[in-house]
Design a protein around this ligand. Structure first.
Ligand code: DGL
Length: 266
């Protein structure tokens, strides 16, 4: 593996692009290979067995693209698979988890809402994270089925999406929450709509920049950092790639993005 090899980034769908864009901003010389499991998403309400199987499929695809490191750009997959992947593979593997600690620093009302998938919020990893917070902090967990589908459909600001956001967020603001943790990588793409619903005084916490920093640190420590200062490329792949999905990719990333297929495994 060489420092010119690409960084592999994956998610159940296009949510992980919120992490990929932070990686692109911090590491402009690195090549990125992004894999989305659109054909088998969402992952957030599925069994551990299902998520492990899908993650292995996507990781094997990325390894075949000769990636030098992996970013699990998915809170759900990190909760379920990060430990096992790190025990299996020798290269840097960076995960993401709900940014409860940064939210604890930010909140003035001492009430924090965490928007994430059912799977992330019920995981042992997340419970351990919450146990490390101060006793006076109230954390209100809010599983948000259906929200990632809005992003996958390219519906970031439609009446349907706003109605779903109101359904999830109104009870949190009514409780006095002043800080919302975006605990699923799809949700940063809904930031504008979330602020419309929650009001301008609520802070949103997105851990993507911290994940990019951690990736840079690990690449440096392992001698895998690409010395190029600019000119990194991006390749985007998905299961069940089709023109509608490519259109959403272009809305989220930019008009120059092309979507290629991950071959089907069934
Ligand atoms: N984007 C993913 C996460 O961060 C999960 C979305 C899903 O597949 O349910 O958890």
């Amino acid at each position: 593996m060489q420092n010119q090899s690409p960084i592999g980034i994956f998610d159940s769908g296009f949510g992980g692009l919120s992490v990929a864009r932070a990686v692109r901003a911090l590491l402009p010389g690195e090549d990125i290979c992004y894999a989305a499991d659109c054909g088998y998403a969402p992952w957030g309400d599925r069994s551990d067995e299902y998520i492990n199987r899908r993650v292995d499929r996507i990781v094997n695809f990325l390894l075949a693209q000769n990636v030098k490191a992996l970013v699990i750009a998915c809170n759900t997959a990190t909760a379920v698979t990060a430990k096992r992947l790190r025990e299996t593979w020798p290269f840097p593997i960076i995960g993401i988890e709900p940014a409860v600690m940064p939210a604890e620093k930010e909140t003035r009302s001492r009430k924090v809402g965490v928007l994430a998938t059912t799977k992330t919020l019920s995981s042992g990893k997340y419970h351990l994270l919450c146990e490390r917070t101060a006793d006076d902090l109230t954390i209100i967990n809010c599983p948000c089925p259906g929200l990632m589908d809005c992003v996958e459909a390219g519906e970031m600001n439609t009446p349907k999406t706003l109605a779903l956001l109101r359904h999830y967020i109104d009870p949190l603001t009514a409780e006095g929450v002043d800080t919302l943790v975006l605990g699923c990588t799809h949700y940063p793409f809904l930031s504008e709509a979330i602020l419309r619903v929650a009001g301008p005084n609520v802070s949103l916490i997105d851990p993507a920049p911290a994940v990019a920093k951690q990736l840079k640190r690990r690449l440096y420590e392992t001698g895998l950092l690409n010395n190029r200062k600019a000119g990194g490329t991006e390749a985007f792949y998905a299961t069940d790639a089709n023109p509608a999905r490519e259109k959403v990719l272009r809305t989220l990333w930019g008009p120059e993005a092309d979507l290629q297929s991950i071959p089907s495994d069934d």
